[in-house]
Design a protein around this ligand. Sequence first.
Ligand code: C2E
Ligand code: MG
Ligand code: MG
Length: 568
Amino acid sequence: MIKILLLEDNPTDARLTREMLLEQSADRFELVHVDRLSEALRRLRREPFHLILLDLSLSDAYGLDTLRQVQAKSPGVPILVLSGLNDEALALKAVQNGAQDYLVKGQTNGDLLARAIRYAIERKRVEERLTYLAQYDHLTGLANRSLFRDRLVLALARSKRKDQPVGLMFLDLDRFKTINDTLGHDIGDQLLKAVADRLKSCVRQVDAVARMGGDEFSIQLEAIPSERGLTILAQRILDAIAQPFVLDGHQVFVTVSIGITVYPDDDEDTNNLLKHADTAMYRAKQQGGNAYQFFTPEMQAAARERLVMEQALRKGLAENEFVLHYQPFFDLATRTVTGIEAIVRWLNPASGLTMPAHFIPIAEETGLMIPLGAWVLRTACAQAKAWQEAGFPSLRIAVNISDRQFRQRNVASSLSQILHDTGLDPHSLELELPESVFMLITDATTTTLNELKGLGVRLSLDDFGAGFSSLSNLKRFPLDTLKIDRSFVRDIPSDPSAAAFVSAIIAMAQSLKLTVIGEGVETDAQAAFLAAKGCHVIQGYLCSEPVPPEKVPRLLREGVCSVKWNGV
Ligand code: C2E
Ligand code: MG
Ligand code: MG
Protein backbone atom coordinates (compact mmCIF):
# COMPACT_ATOMS: atom_id res chain seq x y z
CA MET A 1 0.00 0.00 0.00
CA ILE A 2 1.46 3.35 -1.08
CA LYS A 3 0.29 6.18 1.11
CA ILE A 4 0.07 9.47 -0.75
CA LEU A 5 -0.54 13.00 0.44
CA LEU A 6 -2.33 15.00 -2.23
CA LEU A 7 -1.98 18.75 -1.85
CA GLU A 8 -4.51 20.31 -4.23
CA ASP A 9 -6.86 23.24 -3.70
CA ASN A 10 -9.00 22.70 -6.76
CA PRO A 11 -11.73 20.18 -5.73
CA THR A 12 -12.35 19.05 -9.32
CA ASP A 13 -8.67 18.37 -9.93
CA ALA A 14 -8.48 16.54 -6.64
CA ARG A 15 -11.42 14.34 -7.59
CA LEU A 16 -9.90 13.64 -11.02
CA THR A 17 -6.61 12.60 -9.48
CA ARG A 18 -8.35 10.33 -7.00
CA GLU A 19 -10.36 8.67 -9.77
CA MET A 20 -7.28 8.14 -11.92
CA LEU A 21 -5.56 6.35 -9.07
CA LEU A 22 -8.57 4.31 -8.05
CA GLU A 23 -9.13 3.27 -11.63
CA GLN A 24 -5.60 1.86 -11.48
CA SER A 25 -6.20 -0.20 -8.41
CA ALA A 26 -7.92 0.89 -5.28
CA ASP A 27 -5.99 -1.36 -2.93
CA ARG A 28 -2.51 -0.16 -4.05
CA PHE A 29 -2.91 3.48 -3.14
CA GLU A 30 -4.16 5.26 -0.10
CA LEU A 31 -4.84 8.92 -0.78
CA VAL A 32 -5.05 11.66 1.83
CA HIS A 33 -6.26 14.92 0.36
CA VAL A 34 -5.61 18.35 1.85
CA ASP A 35 -6.19 21.71 0.18
CA ARG A 36 -3.86 24.00 2.08
CA LEU A 37 -0.11 24.07 2.57
CA SER A 38 -0.49 24.65 6.31
CA GLU A 39 -2.67 21.57 6.61
CA ALA A 40 -0.21 19.54 4.53
CA LEU A 41 2.65 20.53 6.78
CA ARG A 42 0.62 19.54 9.83
CA ARG A 43 -0.15 16.10 8.39
CA LEU A 44 3.46 15.55 7.38
CA ARG A 45 4.52 16.24 10.92
CA ARG A 46 2.04 13.71 12.27
CA GLU A 47 2.21 10.70 9.99
CA PRO A 48 4.49 9.08 7.44
CA PHE A 49 3.78 9.23 3.69
CA HIS A 50 5.40 7.40 0.81
CA LEU A 51 4.93 10.26 -1.62
CA ILE A 52 3.57 13.76 -1.95
CA LEU A 53 1.50 14.84 -4.95
CA LEU A 54 1.74 18.55 -5.17
CA ASP A 55 -0.08 21.29 -7.01
CA LEU A 56 2.12 24.33 -7.27
CA SER A 57 -0.60 26.98 -7.05
CA LEU A 58 -2.46 27.03 -3.74
CA SER A 59 -4.43 29.66 -1.94
CA ASP A 60 -1.91 30.01 0.90
CA ALA A 61 1.35 29.55 -1.04
CA TYR A 62 2.59 29.68 -4.56
CA GLY A 63 4.95 27.91 -6.92
CA LEU A 64 8.38 26.78 -5.90
CA ASP A 65 7.90 28.20 -2.46
CA THR A 66 5.29 25.50 -1.80
CA LEU A 67 7.71 22.89 -2.97
CA ARG A 68 10.53 24.19 -0.79
CA GLN A 69 8.41 24.27 2.33
CA VAL A 70 7.15 20.75 1.82
CA GLN A 71 10.64 19.54 1.09
CA ALA A 72 12.07 21.16 4.17
CA LYS A 73 9.41 19.56 6.32
CA SER A 74 10.00 16.03 5.06
CA PRO A 75 13.23 15.82 3.12
CA GLY A 76 13.02 12.04 2.86
CA VAL A 77 9.67 11.86 1.06
CA PRO A 78 9.59 11.90 -2.76
CA ILE A 79 7.56 14.69 -4.37
CA LEU A 80 5.67 14.55 -7.64
CA VAL A 81 4.51 17.91 -8.98
CA LEU A 82 1.12 18.02 -10.72
CA SER A 83 0.67 21.32 -12.44
CA GLY A 84 -1.93 22.97 -14.60
CA LEU A 85 0.86 24.72 -16.47
CA ASN A 86 2.74 23.04 -19.25
CA ASP A 87 5.87 25.01 -18.51
CA GLU A 88 9.20 23.36 -19.36
CA ALA A 89 11.26 25.91 -17.38
CA LEU A 90 9.11 25.58 -14.28
CA ALA A 91 9.27 21.79 -14.54
CA LEU A 92 13.05 21.94 -14.61
CA LYS A 93 13.14 24.31 -11.63
CA ALA A 94 10.84 21.99 -9.69
CA VAL A 95 13.16 19.05 -10.25
CA GLN A 96 16.19 21.16 -9.34
CA ASN A 97 14.43 22.08 -6.12
CA GLY A 98 14.01 18.50 -5.07
CA ALA A 99 10.91 17.20 -6.87
CA GLN A 100 11.36 13.80 -8.45
CA ASP A 101 9.11 14.51 -11.44
CA TYR A 102 6.68 17.00 -13.00
CA LEU A 103 3.40 16.02 -14.62
CA VAL A 104 0.96 18.26 -16.47
CA LYS A 105 -2.70 17.86 -15.56
CA GLY A 106 -4.83 16.93 -18.55
CA GLN A 107 -1.89 15.15 -20.15
CA THR A 108 -1.92 12.43 -17.53
CA ASN A 109 -3.91 9.26 -17.24
CA GLY A 110 -4.08 6.63 -14.53
CA ASP A 111 -1.35 4.52 -16.08
CA LEU A 112 1.08 7.38 -16.40
CA LEU A 113 0.38 8.64 -12.93
CA ALA A 114 0.83 5.25 -11.29
CA ARG A 115 4.10 4.71 -13.15
CA ALA A 116 5.34 8.22 -12.28
CA ILE A 117 4.61 7.51 -8.61
CA ARG A 118 6.57 4.27 -8.63
CA TYR A 119 9.51 5.89 -10.42
CA ALA A 120 9.51 8.88 -8.12
CA ILE A 121 9.77 6.60 -5.09
CA GLU A 122 12.53 4.55 -6.69
CA ARG A 123 14.44 7.64 -7.85
CA LYS A 124 14.27 9.11 -4.37
CA ARG A 125 15.72 5.93 -2.92
CA VAL A 126 18.66 6.03 -5.31
CA GLU A 127 19.23 9.71 -4.59
CA GLU A 128 19.27 9.08 -0.86
CA ARG A 129 21.69 6.24 -1.32
CA LEU A 130 24.01 8.46 -3.37
CA THR A 131 23.76 11.23 -0.82
CA TYR A 132 24.59 8.75 1.90
CA LEU A 133 27.61 7.48 -0.01
CA ALA A 134 28.82 11.02 -0.57
CA GLN A 135 28.51 11.90 3.10
CA TYR A 136 29.32 8.78 5.07
CA ASP A 137 32.32 6.53 5.34
CA HIS A 138 31.19 3.12 4.15
CA LEU A 139 33.61 1.18 6.36
CA THR A 140 32.70 2.67 9.73
CA GLY A 141 29.35 4.31 8.98
CA LEU A 142 30.68 7.54 10.44
CA ALA A 143 30.28 10.93 8.74
CA ASN A 144 33.04 11.50 6.20
CA ARG A 145 35.30 14.51 5.87
CA SER A 146 32.91 16.48 3.69
CA LEU A 147 29.87 16.02 5.93
CA PHE A 148 32.00 16.71 8.99
CA ARG A 149 33.18 19.97 7.46
CA ASP A 150 29.62 21.03 6.63
CA ARG A 151 28.47 20.22 10.14
CA LEU A 152 31.38 22.11 11.61
CA VAL A 153 30.48 25.22 9.62
CA LEU A 154 26.92 25.00 11.01
CA ALA A 155 28.14 24.36 14.53
CA LEU A 156 30.39 27.40 14.41
CA ALA A 157 27.53 29.57 13.20
CA ARG A 158 25.29 28.30 16.03
CA SER A 159 28.05 28.80 18.53
CA LYS A 160 28.58 32.38 17.38
CA ARG A 161 24.92 33.19 18.02
CA LYS A 162 24.91 31.57 21.44
CA ASP A 163 28.41 32.76 22.26
CA GLN A 164 29.53 29.26 23.22
CA PRO A 165 32.86 27.69 22.32
CA VAL A 166 33.19 24.63 20.08
CA GLY A 167 35.93 22.07 20.64
CA LEU A 168 37.51 20.23 17.76
CA MET A 169 39.61 17.08 18.14
CA PHE A 170 41.71 15.48 15.46
CA LEU A 171 42.82 11.91 16.07
CA ASP A 172 45.34 9.73 14.32
CA LEU A 173 46.19 6.16 15.26
CA ASP A 174 49.82 5.53 16.17
CA ARG A 175 51.67 3.02 13.98
CA PHE A 176 48.50 1.99 12.14
CA LYS A 177 50.42 1.55 8.92
CA THR A 178 52.67 -1.03 10.52
CA ILE A 179 49.67 -2.97 11.85
CA ASN A 180 48.01 -2.80 8.46
CA ASP A 181 51.14 -3.91 6.62
CA THR A 182 51.95 -6.73 9.00
CA LEU A 183 48.55 -8.14 9.99
CA GLY A 184 46.84 -7.43 6.68
CA HIS A 185 44.24 -4.99 5.44
CA ASP A 186 41.36 -7.12 6.62
CA ILE A 187 42.45 -6.82 10.25
CA GLY A 188 43.28 -3.17 9.56
CA ASP A 189 39.69 -2.57 8.46
CA GLN A 190 38.28 -4.41 11.45
CA LEU A 191 40.47 -2.32 13.71
CA LEU A 192 39.22 0.93 12.17
CA LYS A 193 35.63 -0.19 12.70
CA ALA A 194 36.29 -1.16 16.30
CA VAL A 195 38.06 2.15 16.94
CA ALA A 196 35.07 4.01 15.45
CA ASP A 197 32.75 2.16 17.85
CA ARG A 198 34.87 3.01 20.85
CA LEU A 199 35.04 6.65 19.84
CA LYS A 200 31.26 6.77 19.49
CA SER A 201 30.87 5.32 22.94
CA CYS A 202 33.13 8.04 24.36
CA VAL A 203 31.08 11.03 23.20
CA ARG A 204 27.51 12.02 23.91
CA GLN A 205 26.40 13.12 20.46
CA VAL A 206 27.13 10.16 18.27
CA ASP A 207 27.05 12.15 15.06
CA ALA A 208 29.89 14.33 16.25
CA VAL A 209 32.43 11.69 15.26
CA ALA A 210 33.76 11.43 11.71
CA ARG A 211 36.34 9.47 9.82
CA MET A 212 38.50 11.88 7.90
CA GLY A 213 40.24 9.20 5.87
CA GLY A 214 42.80 6.47 6.51
CA ASP A 215 43.35 6.18 10.24
CA GLU A 216 42.26 9.75 10.97
CA PHE A 217 39.15 10.67 12.92
CA SER A 218 37.61 13.93 14.07
CA ILE A 219 35.28 14.86 16.86
CA GLN A 220 33.31 18.06 17.11
CA LEU A 221 31.99 19.15 20.50
CA GLU A 222 29.43 21.85 20.93
CA ALA A 223 28.67 23.53 24.21
CA ILE A 224 31.80 22.22 25.86
CA PRO A 225 31.90 23.13 29.53
CA SER A 226 35.58 24.14 29.63
CA GLU A 227 39.07 23.18 28.64
CA ARG A 228 38.86 20.77 31.52
CA GLY A 229 35.93 19.01 29.87
CA LEU A 230 38.00 18.51 26.74
CA THR A 231 40.92 17.21 28.78
CA ILE A 232 38.73 14.66 30.53
CA LEU A 233 37.24 13.50 27.25
CA ALA A 234 40.66 13.25 25.58
CA GLN A 235 41.93 11.14 28.45
CA ARG A 236 38.85 8.94 28.29
CA ILE A 237 39.49 8.36 24.57
CA LEU A 238 43.15 7.51 25.16
CA ASP A 239 42.13 4.97 27.81
CA ALA A 240 39.39 3.47 25.65
CA ILE A 241 41.62 2.98 22.62
CA ALA A 242 44.53 1.62 24.68
CA GLN A 243 42.45 -1.42 25.75
CA PRO A 244 43.46 -4.39 23.59
CA PHE A 245 41.32 -5.20 20.54
CA VAL A 246 40.64 -8.81 19.72
CA LEU A 247 40.30 -9.20 15.96
CA ASP A 248 40.13 -12.58 14.27
CA GLY A 249 41.83 -14.14 17.25
CA HIS A 250 44.67 -11.59 17.22
CA GLN A 251 45.15 -9.37 20.19
CA VAL A 252 45.97 -5.96 18.73
CA PHE A 253 47.28 -3.01 20.69
CA VAL A 254 46.98 0.45 19.30
CA THR A 255 47.20 3.96 20.69
CA VAL A 256 46.05 7.28 19.37
CA SER A 257 47.38 10.83 19.23
CA ILE A 258 44.90 13.66 19.71
CA GLY A 259 45.14 17.32 18.75
CA ILE A 260 42.65 19.75 20.24
CA THR A 261 41.64 23.23 19.18
CA VAL A 262 38.92 25.55 20.43
CA TYR A 263 36.69 27.95 18.52
CA PRO A 264 36.77 30.94 18.75
CA ASP A 265 39.88 31.17 20.98
CA ASP A 266 42.32 29.61 18.52
CA ASP A 267 40.73 30.73 15.28
CA GLU A 268 37.39 31.60 13.70
CA ASP A 269 37.93 29.99 10.32
CA THR A 270 36.85 26.40 9.71
CA ASN A 271 39.85 25.47 7.59
CA ASN A 272 42.31 27.00 10.02
CA LEU A 273 40.71 25.17 12.93
CA LEU A 274 41.04 21.87 11.09
CA LYS A 275 44.69 22.67 10.41
CA HIS A 276 45.33 23.65 14.02
CA ALA A 277 43.85 20.43 15.34
CA ASP A 278 46.06 18.52 12.92
CA THR A 279 49.13 20.48 14.00
CA ALA A 280 48.41 19.80 17.68
CA MET A 281 47.87 16.11 16.87
CA TYR A 282 51.26 16.03 15.21
CA ARG A 283 52.84 17.44 18.36
CA ALA A 284 51.19 14.73 20.45
CA LYS A 285 52.60 12.18 18.01
CA GLN A 286 56.07 13.64 18.26
CA GLN A 287 55.96 13.11 21.97
CA GLY A 288 55.66 9.43 21.32
CA GLY A 289 51.92 9.12 20.72
CA ASN A 290 49.22 7.95 23.13
CA ALA A 291 48.82 11.60 24.15
CA TYR A 292 46.74 14.70 23.55
CA GLN A 293 47.83 18.27 22.95
CA PHE A 294 46.00 21.57 22.82
CA PHE A 295 46.94 23.80 19.92
CA THR A 296 49.23 26.74 20.64
CA PRO A 297 50.41 29.41 18.18
CA GLU A 298 54.03 28.27 18.62
CA MET A 299 53.06 24.94 17.12
CA GLN A 300 52.01 26.65 13.96
CA ALA A 301 55.46 28.10 13.51
CA ALA A 302 56.97 24.67 14.11
CA ALA A 303 54.61 23.09 11.58
CA ARG A 304 55.57 25.65 9.00
CA GLU A 305 59.23 24.94 9.69
CA ARG A 306 58.60 21.24 9.21
CA LEU A 307 56.98 21.85 5.86
CA VAL A 308 59.90 24.01 4.78
CA MET A 309 62.24 21.27 5.98
CA GLU A 310 60.39 18.62 4.01
CA GLN A 311 60.61 20.62 0.82
CA ALA A 312 64.28 21.38 1.42
CA LEU A 313 64.95 17.68 2.05
CA ARG A 314 63.32 16.73 -1.22
CA LYS A 315 65.40 19.26 -3.03
CA GLY A 316 68.54 18.22 -1.15
CA LEU A 317 68.02 14.64 -2.21
CA ALA A 318 67.52 15.62 -5.85
CA GLU A 319 70.58 17.87 -5.79
CA ASN A 320 72.93 15.48 -4.01
CA GLU A 321 73.44 17.53 -0.89
CA PHE A 322 73.93 14.57 1.43
CA VAL A 323 77.36 13.39 2.49
CA LEU A 324 78.60 10.53 4.63
CA HIS A 325 80.93 10.92 7.53
CA TYR A 326 82.62 7.97 9.16
CA GLN A 327 83.23 7.16 12.80
CA PRO A 328 85.62 4.34 13.74
CA PHE A 329 85.13 1.43 16.14
CA PHE A 330 88.26 1.08 18.19
CA ASP A 331 89.45 -2.10 19.87
CA LEU A 332 91.11 -1.28 23.18
CA ALA A 333 92.81 -4.67 23.31
CA THR A 334 94.51 -4.53 19.94
CA ARG A 335 94.52 -0.74 19.71
CA THR A 336 93.29 -0.94 16.15
CA VAL A 337 90.31 0.34 14.22
CA THR A 338 88.05 -2.67 13.63
CA GLY A 339 85.50 -0.90 11.50
CA ILE A 340 83.80 2.36 10.65
CA GLU A 341 80.19 3.48 10.84
CA ALA A 342 78.75 5.60 8.05
CA ILE A 343 76.68 8.48 9.40
CA VAL A 344 74.77 10.76 7.11
CA ARG A 345 75.04 14.55 7.13
CA TRP A 346 73.20 17.13 5.11
CA LEU A 347 75.38 19.78 3.55
CA ASN A 348 73.22 22.57 2.22
CA PRO A 349 74.77 25.66 0.59
CA ALA A 350 72.44 27.94 2.55
CA SER A 351 72.11 26.28 5.95
CA GLY A 352 75.47 24.53 6.20
CA LEU A 353 75.93 21.13 7.84
CA THR A 354 72.82 19.59 9.45
CA MET A 355 72.93 16.63 11.85
CA PRO A 356 70.68 13.61 11.28
CA ALA A 357 68.63 14.19 14.44
CA HIS A 358 67.16 17.22 12.68
CA PHE A 359 66.13 15.60 9.44
CA ILE A 360 65.90 11.81 9.89
CA PRO A 361 62.56 11.92 11.75
CA ILE A 362 61.00 14.06 9.01
CA ALA A 363 62.55 11.88 6.32
CA GLU A 364 61.03 8.86 8.07
CA GLU A 365 57.56 10.39 8.20
CA THR A 366 57.52 11.61 4.66
CA GLY A 367 58.90 8.43 3.16
CA LEU A 368 62.03 10.25 1.97
CA MET A 369 64.05 7.94 4.18
CA ILE A 370 63.59 5.17 1.62
CA PRO A 371 65.50 6.86 -1.24
CA LEU A 372 67.88 8.53 1.22
CA GLY A 373 68.61 5.21 2.95
CA ALA A 374 69.22 3.52 -0.40
CA TRP A 375 71.66 6.28 -1.32
CA VAL A 376 73.47 5.88 2.03
CA LEU A 377 73.81 2.12 1.58
CA ARG A 378 75.08 2.37 -1.97
CA THR A 379 77.53 5.17 -1.19
CA ALA A 380 78.86 3.50 1.95
CA CYS A 381 79.35 0.15 0.19
CA ALA A 382 81.10 1.74 -2.78
CA GLN A 383 83.31 3.79 -0.47
CA ALA A 384 84.22 0.78 1.67
CA LYS A 385 85.09 -1.22 -1.43
CA ALA A 386 87.35 1.62 -2.63
CA TRP A 387 89.19 1.77 0.71
CA GLN A 388 89.56 -2.01 0.78
CA GLU A 389 91.23 -1.84 -2.60
CA ALA A 390 93.39 1.07 -1.50
CA GLY A 391 95.16 -0.99 1.12
CA PHE A 392 92.70 -1.81 3.90
CA PRO A 393 91.36 -5.17 2.69
CA SER A 394 89.83 -6.19 6.00
CA LEU A 395 87.91 -2.96 6.54
CA ARG A 396 84.40 -3.41 7.88
CA ILE A 397 81.65 -0.87 7.37
CA ALA A 398 78.51 -0.37 9.45
CA VAL A 399 75.43 1.31 7.97
CA ASN A 400 72.35 2.52 9.86
CA ILE A 401 69.00 1.20 8.63
CA SER A 402 65.81 2.95 9.72
CA ASP A 403 62.64 1.19 10.81
CA ARG A 404 60.75 2.22 7.66
CA GLN A 405 63.64 1.13 5.49
CA PHE A 406 63.77 -2.24 7.22
CA ARG A 407 60.04 -2.80 6.77
CA GLN A 408 60.16 -2.21 3.05
CA ARG A 409 59.12 -5.34 1.30
CA ASN A 410 62.15 -5.78 -0.96
CA VAL A 411 64.84 -4.65 1.45
CA ALA A 412 66.97 -7.80 1.12
CA SER A 413 66.82 -7.95 -2.65
CA SER A 414 67.69 -4.29 -3.05
CA LEU A 415 70.62 -4.73 -0.69
CA SER A 416 71.73 -7.74 -2.68
CA GLN A 417 71.64 -5.59 -5.81
CA ILE A 418 73.75 -2.91 -4.14
CA LEU A 419 76.32 -5.47 -2.97
CA HIS A 420 76.47 -6.86 -6.48
CA ASP A 421 76.84 -3.44 -8.10
CA THR A 422 79.54 -2.21 -5.74
CA GLY A 423 81.37 -5.52 -5.49
CA LEU A 424 81.54 -5.31 -1.69
CA ASP A 425 81.88 -8.63 0.12
CA PRO A 426 78.73 -9.03 2.28
CA HIS A 427 80.86 -10.12 5.22
CA SER A 428 82.38 -6.65 5.30
CA LEU A 429 78.99 -5.04 5.84
CA GLU A 430 77.15 -4.68 9.13
CA LEU A 431 73.63 -3.28 9.29
CA GLU A 432 72.77 -1.30 12.42
CA LEU A 433 69.09 -1.82 13.20
CA PRO A 434 67.14 0.33 15.64
CA GLU A 435 65.46 -1.30 18.63
CA SER A 436 62.04 -0.53 17.17
CA VAL A 437 62.64 -3.32 14.64
CA PHE A 438 62.57 -5.80 17.52
CA MET A 439 59.59 -4.27 19.24
CA LEU A 440 57.08 -5.25 16.58
CA ILE A 441 57.98 -8.78 15.60
CA THR A 442 55.85 -10.37 12.94
CA ASP A 443 56.42 -13.10 10.40
CA ALA A 444 57.64 -10.46 7.97
CA THR A 445 60.18 -9.16 10.52
CA THR A 446 61.63 -12.60 11.05
CA THR A 447 61.68 -13.33 7.33
CA THR A 448 63.52 -10.11 6.56
CA LEU A 449 66.07 -10.69 9.33
CA ASN A 450 66.76 -14.16 8.00
CA GLU A 451 66.95 -12.98 4.41
CA LEU A 452 69.47 -10.30 5.32
CA LYS A 453 71.45 -12.78 7.37
CA GLY A 454 71.30 -15.15 4.43
CA LEU A 455 73.06 -12.59 2.23
CA GLY A 456 76.03 -12.90 4.57
CA VAL A 457 75.86 -9.44 6.13
CA ARG A 458 76.24 -8.91 9.87
CA LEU A 459 73.38 -7.55 11.94
CA SER A 460 73.82 -5.15 14.80
CA LEU A 461 71.35 -3.80 17.32
CA ASP A 462 71.94 -0.07 17.65
CA ASP A 463 71.39 2.09 20.74
CA PHE A 464 70.46 -0.90 22.85
CA GLY A 465 68.67 0.00 26.09
CA ALA A 466 67.08 3.20 24.81
CA GLY A 467 63.88 1.39 23.89
CA PHE A 468 62.12 -1.54 25.45
CA SER A 469 63.45 -4.66 23.80
CA SER A 470 63.95 -7.26 26.45
CA LEU A 471 67.23 -9.00 26.90
CA SER A 472 65.81 -12.50 26.77
CA ASN A 473 63.98 -11.73 23.56
CA LEU A 474 67.21 -11.17 21.68
CA LYS A 475 68.14 -14.85 21.67
CA ARG A 476 65.60 -15.45 18.93
CA PHE A 477 67.29 -13.23 16.39
CA PRO A 478 70.34 -13.78 14.20
CA LEU A 479 72.28 -10.86 15.67
CA ASP A 480 76.06 -10.41 15.65
CA THR A 481 76.57 -7.18 17.53
CA LEU A 482 75.00 -5.18 20.32
CA LYS A 483 75.72 -1.49 20.72
CA ILE A 484 75.14 -0.09 24.19
CA ASP A 485 73.30 3.19 23.98
CA ARG A 486 75.36 6.21 24.84
CA SER A 487 72.88 7.40 27.43
CA PHE A 488 74.10 4.56 29.70
CA VAL A 489 77.75 4.96 28.77
CA ARG A 490 77.48 8.63 29.69
CA ASP A 491 76.62 7.79 33.29
CA ILE A 492 79.23 5.13 33.98
CA PRO A 493 81.12 4.50 36.12
CA SER A 494 79.70 6.84 38.75
CA ASP A 495 75.97 6.15 38.43
CA PRO A 496 75.26 2.79 40.09
CA SER A 497 72.16 1.88 38.07
CA ALA A 498 73.84 2.69 34.75
CA ALA A 499 76.88 0.71 35.87
CA ALA A 500 74.72 -2.27 36.83
CA PHE A 501 72.80 -2.10 33.57
CA VAL A 502 75.93 -1.88 31.44
CA SER A 503 77.55 -4.78 33.30
CA ALA A 504 74.44 -6.89 32.79
CA ILE A 505 74.28 -6.11 29.07
CA ILE A 506 77.90 -7.03 28.58
CA ALA A 507 77.50 -10.30 30.47
CA MET A 508 74.41 -11.18 28.50
CA ALA A 509 76.01 -10.26 25.18
CA GLN A 510 78.92 -12.49 25.97
CA SER A 511 76.69 -15.41 26.83
CA LEU A 512 74.87 -14.92 23.54
CA LYS A 513 78.25 -14.71 21.77
CA LEU A 514 77.56 -11.21 20.53
CA THR A 515 80.19 -8.59 19.93
CA VAL A 516 79.40 -5.69 22.20
CA ILE A 517 80.29 -2.10 21.43
CA GLY A 518 80.11 0.81 23.85
CA GLU A 519 78.78 3.91 22.10
CA GLY A 520 79.51 7.52 22.92
CA VAL A 521 82.65 6.90 24.94
CA GLU A 522 84.14 10.26 25.86
CA THR A 523 86.37 9.60 28.86
CA ASP A 524 89.14 7.26 29.85
CA ALA A 525 87.12 6.26 32.90
CA GLN A 526 84.24 5.07 30.71
CA ALA A 527 86.62 3.11 28.50
CA ALA A 528 88.26 1.54 31.53
CA PHE A 529 84.93 0.49 33.01
CA LEU A 530 83.74 -1.08 29.75
CA ALA A 531 86.98 -2.95 29.22
CA ALA A 532 87.00 -4.21 32.79
CA LYS A 533 83.55 -5.69 32.23
CA GLY A 534 84.68 -7.35 29.01
CA CYS A 535 83.60 -4.86 26.34
CA HIS A 536 86.69 -3.61 24.57
CA VAL A 537 85.28 -2.29 21.34
CA ILE A 538 84.32 1.32 21.79
CA GLN A 539 83.08 4.17 19.67
CA GLY A 540 82.99 7.78 20.68
CA TYR A 541 84.64 11.16 20.75
CA LEU A 542 87.42 9.73 22.91
CA CYS A 543 88.64 7.98 19.76
CA SER A 544 87.22 10.12 17.02
CA GLU A 545 84.21 12.08 15.99
CA PRO A 546 82.56 11.13 12.71
CA VAL A 547 84.95 12.52 10.06
CA PRO A 548 84.63 13.29 6.36
CA PRO A 549 85.88 10.54 4.02
CA GLU A 550 89.19 12.25 3.14
CA LYS A 551 90.29 11.85 6.76
CA VAL A 552 89.48 8.15 6.96
CA PRO A 553 92.62 6.61 5.37
CA ARG A 554 94.82 8.33 7.92
CA LEU A 555 92.61 7.09 10.75
CA LEU A 556 92.83 3.57 9.41
CA ARG A 557 96.60 3.76 8.98
CA GLU A 558 97.52 5.30 12.27
CA GLY A 559 94.85 3.80 14.49
CA VAL A 560 93.26 6.54 16.42
CA CYS A 561 93.28 7.74 19.19
CA SER A 562 93.67 9.86 22.21
CA VAL A 563 92.83 6.95 24.49
CA LYS A 564 95.51 7.18 27.12
CA TRP A 565 94.20 4.39 29.23
CA ASN A 566 96.01 1.22 28.34
CA GLY A 567 95.02 -1.26 30.93
CA VAL A 568 93.35 -4.02 28.93
P1 C2E B 1 73.83 6.34 15.97
O1 C2E B 1 73.77 5.35 14.86
O2 C2E B 1 73.80 5.83 17.35
O3 C2E B 1 75.12 7.18 15.66
C1 C2E B 1 75.99 7.67 16.61
C2 C2E B 1 75.65 9.06 16.98
O4 C2E B 1 76.31 9.38 18.20
C3 C2E B 1 76.12 10.11 15.97
O5 C2E B 1 75.27 11.21 16.08
C4 C2E B 1 77.46 10.50 16.55
O6 C2E B 1 77.90 11.76 16.15
C5 C2E B 1 77.15 10.49 18.02
N1 C2E B 1 78.33 10.27 18.82
C6 C2E B 1 79.41 9.51 18.52
N2 C2E B 1 80.30 9.53 19.52
C7 C2E B 1 79.78 10.32 20.47
C8 C2E B 1 80.24 10.71 21.77
O7 C2E B 1 81.33 10.36 22.23
N3 C2E B 1 79.46 11.53 22.50
C9 C2E B 1 78.25 11.95 22.03
N4 C2E B 1 77.54 12.76 22.82
N5 C2E B 1 77.77 11.59 20.83
C10 C2E B 1 78.55 10.78 20.05
P2 C2E B 1 74.52 11.77 14.84
O8 C2E B 1 75.48 11.89 13.71
O9 C2E B 1 73.82 12.98 15.28
O10 C2E B 1 73.51 10.63 14.48
C11 C2E B 1 72.40 10.44 15.25
C12 C2E B 1 71.62 9.25 14.78
O11 C2E B 1 71.07 9.45 13.48
C13 C2E B 1 72.43 7.99 14.62
O12 C2E B 1 72.66 7.42 15.85
C14 C2E B 1 71.53 7.16 13.75
O13 C2E B 1 70.52 6.53 14.53
C15 C2E B 1 70.90 8.20 12.87
N6 C2E B 1 71.60 8.14 11.59
C16 C2E B 1 72.76 8.69 11.24
N7 C2E B 1 73.05 8.38 9.97
C17 C2E B 1 72.07 7.61 9.50
C18 C2E B 1 71.81 6.95 8.26
O14 C2E B 1 72.60 7.01 7.31
N8 C2E B 1 70.68 6.23 8.16
C19 C2E B 1 69.81 6.11 9.19
N9 C2E B 1 68.73 5.40 9.04
N10 C2E B 1 70.03 6.71 10.37
C20 C2E B 1 71.15 7.45 10.53
MG1 MG C 1 74.34 3.64 14.47
MG1 MG D 1 74.00 4.17 18.01
